[in-house]
Design a protein around this ligand. Structure first.
Ligand code: ZN
Length: 44
């Protein structure tokens, strides 16, 4: 099962911001599913 999960993430093309749809760099994966722009909005 774990192997399937790893393959799933590897097969992902690129992450997209769930707020604006912008492609997110892999380095920002720790922030979740939002891009920098939307992240700043959330931070206020
Ligand atoms: Zn965004």
């Amino acid at each position: 099962m774990l192997q399937n999960v790893l393959e799933f993430f590897r097969s992902l093309p690129k992450k997209e911001c769930q707020s604006c749809g912008k492609t997110i760099d892999e380095q920002h994966e720790c922030y979740g599913n939002t891009c920098d722009d939307c992240l700043q909005v959330y931070k206020g």
